[in-house]
Ligand binder design. Structure first.
Ligand code: CP
Ligand code: NVA
Length: 301
């Protein structure tokens, strides 16, 4: 039997993605009613974190506990992976004991290698290239607030980074238009542009990208691993701050999202992230419900 992994959003078909989003809303309602639903009793999720995390760790750990299972947090500081044990060997061993493995790492090739040698599903909890779990939560949040995203316009403002790449995948799978405005030198990877060209348009001017938009999204200017580029990036990205002026170009009912953690008054003004168009807290909470739907999809026969 082939093992189903979730390394990028495009590991799902449009239909599967849509079903997971609707299921996430159902699981959220069950959870709010305090209903006992434990489809993963005695099942184990191993979580390998080579980068920091608050939301990803807590949502997976809480989700497994609510489903009757257990999650194990592994960091390179105190595992043999951090002392150079090969990924191939670690993947074989972890997958012989756990039912699923979540990995947050740097190079995307590392998680692909992990998946190749794992006998159980591997979930991408963020790589330098993509952040597909976050898109499950973002797309659930849009669905809850505004209904089907098909045919809508979404604006990605700022860095052409891992989040941007996953938004490009989402645009293609869920059939919405994505306008991307990044400063020169910080464009998304050209492979992603080629792959999603039917749904994605690149612009330099953030106001042009936000025109008539239904959803404005941004992210930090320096991602994890790029901390030493912070000053250079601040200069390049300054005109790309999402503030009230930029929001006013979008539709009056446009939503604002940010995967968090955010830097107020850098990539987004405090007024916008704390304002009434912002849905960042629902977005963060939905990491829990969306990933429970993903775990159920991958692990429950
Ligand atoms: N958005 C997100 O992935 O947050 P963490 O880095 O806290 O997991
Ligand atoms: N682009 C950010 C996302 C953090 C959740 C990073 O990779 O650091």
């Amino acid at each position: 039997m082939t093992v189903r992994h979730f390394l990028t959003l495009t590991d799902l078909t449009s239909g599967e993605l849509s079903a997971i989003l609707h299921r996430a809303i159902e699981l959220k309602a069950l959870h709010k009613k305090r209903e006992n639903y434990q489809p993963l009793k005695n099942r184990i999720l191993a979580m390998v974190f080579e980068k920091s995390s608050t939301r990803t760790r807590v949502s997976f750990e809480a989700g497994m506990a609510q489903f009757g299972g257990h999650a194990i947090f592994l960091s390179p500081r105190d595992t043999q992976l951090g002392r150079g044990e090969p990924i191939e060997d670690s993947a074989r061993v972890l997958s012989s004991m756990a039912d699923c493995i979540m990995v947050r790492t740097f190079e995307h090739e590392k998680i692909e290698c992990f998946a190749e040698y794992s006998s159980v599903p591997v979930i991408n909890g963020l790589t330098d290239e993509v952040h597909p779990c976050q898109l499950l939560a973002d797309m659930q949040t849009f669905l809850e607030h505004r209904g089907d995203i098909k045919g809508k316009t979404v604006s990605w403002i700022g860095d052409g980074n891992n989040m941007c790449h996953s938004y490009m995948h989402a645009a293609k799978l869920l059939d919405f238009k994505l306008n991307i405005a990044c400063p020169e030198g910080y464009d998304p990877n050209s492979d992603f542009i080629d792959e999603t060209s039917t749904h994605v348009e690149q612009m330099r001017d953030p106001a042009e990208a936000c025109k008539d938009s239904d959803l404005i999204v941004t992210d930090v200017w320096a991602s994890m691993g790029q901390e030493d580029e912070q000053a250079r990036r601040e200069a390049a990205f300054a005109p790309y701050q999402v503030n009230s002026k930029l929001m006013s170009v979008a539709r009056s009912d446009a939503l604002f999202m940010h995967c968090l953690p955010a830097h107020r008054d850098e990539e987004v003004s405090a007024e916008v992230i704390d304002g009434n168009q912002s849905v960042v807290w629902d977005e963060a909470e939905n990491r829990l419900h969306a990933q429970k739907a993903l775990l159920e999809f991958l692990l429950v026969e």
